[in-house]
Design a protein around this ligand. Sequence first.
Ligand code: FDP
Length: 336
Amino acid sequence: MISHTSTSVVTIERFIIEQERLHPEASGDLSSIMYDLALAAKMITNKVRSAGLVDILGSANAENVQGEMQQKLDVFANETIVKAMDHTGRLCAMASEEEEGIIPIPPGFRTGKYALLFDPLDGSSNIDVNVPVGTIFSVVPKITRGRDGVLEDLLQPGRRQVAAGYVIYGSSTMLVYTTGQGAHGFTLDPSIGEFLLSHPDIRIPDTGRYLSINDSYQQLWDERVRTLMQRYRGLEGDRAPMNVRYVGSLVADFHRNLLGGGIFAYPSNPKSPSGKLRLLYEANPLAFIVEQAGGLASDGSQRILDVQPSELHQRTPLYIGSRTDVELAEKVLADA
Ligand code: FDP
């Protein structure tokens, strides 16, 4: 791990190069994937920042010069990432929360030894009310032979990820990523258009301050989930009461808890027997990051990163955050 002084300005590019130098055997492909994703994040930032103006500008100029209608932001984000990544020769296939099947690399472009899975704009129902949204991504190695990636390449347990990260479009845009050597955060300086290292080697506190859960599903929870929530609130057991904070935008809730300590919980319930969140696009990448920061992620009975996926859009219950709080979830949920 290279240490940087508080006065050195470290761009994401320099950071990635320095990390790569620690691994002389690396081909540089993974680093290039990270640059390309950072570029896509800057393009999406621009669009998200002007989201509130769409109606004003849109009414005067509902169609752009090519005659295309104004695109929805999540569609824009999806296309931006696909187009930033499909021609680079570093990926064999992609999968997106926005698209039903595999996104192949178009004929005519070289393919590479990694596959990318992403949620282009998570929490997008919050855009209209100016709540932070995010992009989440996961990179896994190609494990099959042949030019193109196939389902098997994408359906790998999260522990096989070689990189993962998220971008939060908040009061500032931040990109947090890991390649397995700690979790590092970069803040976009809009004046120079660069992501600068602002949060090196993030560590999540062992015990959290914040509890993030959608309480409106209380009537649907089973007895064990109810007991768990009572424990987090300090109403049963000896845990100090947590502060409830729920934005309803996963990246925003996760990011706050990562920095301040806490747990985000989205249990299963009879209406959503497997919870709501997607294993491959949401749970796995955030689980990789939280573990690199010293936290844990569980589906209630097993480590998220050990779950063998069977389909692209598979959902999972999720308990993610500070170590002791996730351990408490596993303990209480295991009690008969
Ligand atoms: P959204 O539906 O706005 O896209 O996974 C999607 C997600 O948001 C997460 O970002 C968020 O944590 C969760 O759903 C919120 O779900 P509830 O409204 O059921 O709490």
